[in-house]
Design a protein around this ligand. Structure first.
Ligand SMILES: [Zn+2]
Ligand SMILES: [Zn+2]
Length: 829
């Protein structure tokens, strides 16, 4: 269907106003009307509608509504100042769900918050703006100012792709109400005996100066050396193998495997360490790898996670060789103050000079590093520090049970949560040695007493304040550490449901109907949220989880600065349109990584132009439609039947959070079933009611009106801007986005109708082929067409004869019976 193919009776104006002149019997009627603009101008339309939606509060949640609630626990993006393509991908999915559910009659609650606390903000303010951390009050004020600006920019980006959030229910994790809820939840954990403070080896990043959660570290393969060092075991040489000889000052034992015949005689004896001459016990444990190095290892508190296990199991002393800045402590003697690298070189030098370094091997090994922060990646140390913990290990089965009670899309993502939970061997460390964060609401006395804040004082900042210790009367000091950002973000279902402050609101919005998020934060955000909210409310926090994959660059590789393949959402939004970029996002599949694609944006934009042009053509022909329901012809019934199937399929898919399949189907319907086939086969009926009958024209109008009504609503969750704009012009009643979801009607086509429709399509396509092979224009008249068919098909042909000759401009259409099964056309020009 192309505008230019419109035939003589149409005198369409290129302007926004058009008129249509139709010959009805002997009278010619002329209609004047306001039309959709000739050119589809997405930038203008999208900005106009986004403004209107916000002004009209079209997506505000109404707690008083009688409709069933559908609440979405959206991921609060970290306030970096810009949304990246992963955010856009995730939030377009969320928006499709929200829009679909609204149309399905739900009272959709779509609040969008922001995750404000984090190391990157502190670094921005400290290093970027040059504000020192020493004056904490000023520093925090600057962090808040910086974050406010960041949120303003991100909020605009959310609006720019048509995200239908309820901004009146937004939140920021740095605001008082939020911190109050975080602190209240910590007091509850304390009351339950689930919050404690303990000296424990933590994963410490000397570069960032903070403790890290297990989820923030990972292995990086590095080249290192394995040093073979001789110890003196009561007169015999015992050679240990280690990659970290600088940990020697913290050595508290030497281990061999109990089955290792080579070392049987050493077990129970003492070994003398070189340089210091200190004695340590030689012990046997099955966790020693006999094949690695010499089969003899030393335990340094704390070189790695195995060291922690042994230290606890054998109740060995704790020696700290490295401090929080990554430097050697005084137990290292003359090496105190050196970095571990410097100390390693110097100590190896000294040990070599006294002849105890037997061998140095090159070794590629996995080093635990601060992997979750791209700009750091430093090797981490295990340091014993006073930290705040939440007991999670006692509740692993409850977490798994809660996770299993939820529906996961795709379902295999549940296993990731289960595996992670089962691998948990430490409690959750919630304290971070930072400034801009939610303060931990406790005071600690030297006598060991912990004094909690009172609930009515919240939110509170105990830093630089003291409390009298009820136990010993001395002054207890306010906790200086702040909460890890997952402590903030793992109560989002509680925050959006107003836990503890509004029972009615909580009752209607908790548990959240949906938690949408990326798979990369299952072991953090999902895990902590399920655990924390279950402990606090006794109920699992979500019903459904919708998991998306990561967005890759256009080259299919992970987006990264070094690969120069990062595409920011503003680029395609400026080049194409929100509705085009949304289609790209909708085409991803559940849980799978998905590359950004310029081609998909291009293709999507073409579709929008096609939809616009088709709608404009239909708009013209609906001007005089009187709403009647005349008898439909075969082709009308066939196209409506196809549409019904698509409505059915789309509904089923969207119920299962599948977006790419329905979008593909609907777009295919517009391109092929509607534009290529149906519109071409009804033009003669539209333009010549004097020949084909007024009722026949009305039947087409009825069909087109039905199609557009359903189509714009089906497409609305995916491409809301263009659908609302066309709807306002064509349907003249509300918006597509605020209408109800279409329902499949009773099948208008039986088997004979379906077969006749297919036959008509086939013959029309062959007529076109004949014309094009003979260099005739598609609109050229043909003198005669003879169709040879089997007897049963002849009956079908009668049902569509008029459609075929009208479309193909055939003067005489003759049908004859083939003696055998078959099909043959012969033309006369
Ligand atoms: Zn780091
Ligand atoms: Zn005390």
């Amino acid at each position: 269907m192309e505008e230019k193919q419109a035939q003589t009776p149409i005198l369409a104006s290129p302007q926004t106003n058009g008129f249509l002149s139709i010959k009805l019997n002997s009278l010619t009627q002329v209609f004047f009307f306001k039309m959709l603009d000739k050119t589809y101008n997405p930038m203008e339309i999208e900005r106009k509608l986004q403004k209107k939606w916000l002004e009209e509060k079209a997506y505000a949640f109404d707690i008083e509504s009688e409709k069933p609630v559908y609440s979405i626990d959206t991921p609060p993006p970290f306030t970096s100042g810009t949304l990246h393509m992963g955010h856009l991908y995730n939030h377009v999915w969320i928006d499709i769900v929200a829009r679909y559910k609204r149309m399905r009659g739900f009272n959709v609650y779509l609040p969008q918050g922001f995750d404000c606390h984090g190391l990157p903000t502190e670094l921005q303010v400290e290093k970027g703006l040059g504000v020192p951390k020493e004056d904490r009050r000023v520093f925090i004020e600057e962090c808040i100012k910086w974050t406010d600006k960041a949120i303003e920019k991100m909020r605009k980006q959310f609006d720019s792709f048509g995200y239908s959030a309820d901004w009146s229910n937004s939140y920021r994790t740095m605001e008082d109400d939020y911190k109050k809820m975080v602190q209240k939840s910590l007091l509850e954990f304390y009351k339950k005996g689930m919050l404690y403070r303990e000296k424990h080896p933590v994963l410490w990043c000397p570069n960032c100066g903070t403790a890290l959660a297990k989820a923030e570290v990972g292995y990086i393969e590095k080249e290192g050396k394995l040093y073979h060092i001789d110890l003196d075991a009561e007169g015999h040489k015992l050679t240990i193998a280690t990659t970290r000889p600088e940990m020697m000052p913290a050595c508290v034992a030497v281990f061999v495997h109990p089955d290792d015949k080579r070392y049987e005689k050493f077990v129970g004896k003492q070994a003398k360490l070189p340089i210091s001459g200190r004695m340590v016990p030689i012990m046997a444990d099955a966790a020693v790898d006999m094949e690695f190095g010499t089969g003899v290892v030393y335990l340094c508190t704390f070189g790695d996670e195995q060291d922690i296990k042994w230290q606890k199991h054998y109740n060995l002393p704790v020696l700290e060789a490295i401090d929080a800045n990554g430097r050697m402590t005084e137990i290292a003697g003359k090496y105190a103050g050196m970095t571990s690298k410097e100390a390693r070189d110097k100590m190896v030098e000294e040990m070599t000079s006294i002849g105890v370094v037997r061998k140095v091997e090159k070794l590629v090994h996995n080093v635990t590093c601060h992997t979750e922060r791209g700009s750091c990646k430093s090797p981490i140390e295990l340091l014993p520090r006073e930290q705040w913990f939440i007991k999670v290990k006692d509740h692993l089965q409850e977490i798994i049970d809660a996770a299993r009670s939820m529906k996961w899309y795709p379902d295999y993502m549940l296993q990731r949560l289960v595996d992670w939970t089962e691998s948990m061997d430490w409690d959750w460390i919630i304290s971070r040695q930072r400034v801009f964060g939610t303060p931990i609401p406790f005071w600690v006395c030297d006598c060991g007493e912990v004094i909690p804040a009172q609930e009515k004082q919240l939110p509170i900042d105990p830093r630089d304040t003291v409390r009298e210790c009820p136990k010993c009367g001395r002054q207890a000091v306010g906790e200086k550490d702040v909460c890890d950002c997952w402590v903030d973000s793992s109560i989002t279902p509680l925050r959006i449901s107003r836990w503890g402050s509004d029972e009615k609101f909580f009752g209607k919005t908790y548990p959240a109907s949906l938690r949408p998020q990326g798979y990369e934060i299952i072991r953090t955000w999902t895990f902590y949220t399920i655990f924390r909210d279950l402990m606090l409310t006794g109920k699992p926090c979500f019903k459904d989880l919708l998991i998306n994959g990561m967005v890759a660059g256009p080259d299919g590789r992970k987006m990264s600065k070094s690969l120069n393949n990062i595409i920011a959402p503003d680029e395609p939004l400026g080049k194409y349109s929100a509705d085009a970029l949304r289609q790209w996002a909708a085409c991803g599949s559940l849980g799978a990584d998905y590359p950004f694609s310029w081609e998909e944006c291009e293709h999507s934009q073409k579709f929008l132009t096609k939809l616009w042009n088709v709608s404009r053509f239909i708009e013209m022909h609906l001007q005089d439609y009187d709403g009647s329901e005349p008898e439909l012809r075969v082709v009308d019934r066939c196209v409506l039947d196809k549409l019904n199937h698509i409505v059915d399929d789309s509904t089923k898919n969207l119920e299962n959070y599948v977006f790419n399949v329905p979008l593909d189907q609907i777009r295919g319907f517009v391109w092929h079933d509607l534009a290529d086939d149906y519109l071409e086969m009804v033009k003669h009926r539209l333009y010549k009611p004097d020949v084909y009958g007024v009722e026949s024209r009305k039947a087409v109008q009825y069909t087109l009106n039905k199609i557009m009504g359903a189509l714009l609503r089906l497409l609305s969750p995916f491409v809301p801007h263009i659908c609302d704009e066309i709807w306002v012009n064509l349907m003249k009643d509300g918006y597509a986005s605020t209408s109800s979801w279409p329902e499949a009607e009773k099948a208008p086509a039986d088997e004979a109708v379906e077969k006749a429709g297919l036959l008509a399509k086939r013959i029309v396509s062959d007529i076109r082929k004949f014309k094009s092979d003979n260099s005739m224009s598609l609109g050229a008249e043909l003198g005669r067409l003879e169709v040879k068919l089997d007897a049963s098909s002849i009956k079908l042909l009668e049902m569509v004869t008029e459609d075929i000759s009208g479309t193909g401009k055939i003067k005489e259409l003759k049908a004859s019976i083939y003696d055998v099964d078959g099909y043959e056309l012969s033309f006369e020009k």
